[in-house]
Design a protein around this ligand. Sequence first.
Ligand code: ZN
Length: 73
Amino acid sequence: MKRVFKVVRCPRCGFLQLTAASKIVRCFSCGLSWQLDREAILFSSPDFGRAREFLAKLKQRREAGFRKASGEG
Ligand SMILES: [Zn+2]
């Protein structure tokens, strides 16, 4: 069975992360376990490298769009 990597956004805290889960995702940031739905999936690909690249670009854009409040995020 092929794995599909997805870039998802936590519905509670908005944290962006990469997952191979198909149903339940656990947020690395706030610890919430939540059910995947189409709206939460921003990108999906069987290619881990591409998914990771998408996530990196998304985070860059977020940093460009919002002022950095604290050093890391
Ligand atoms: Zn979260």
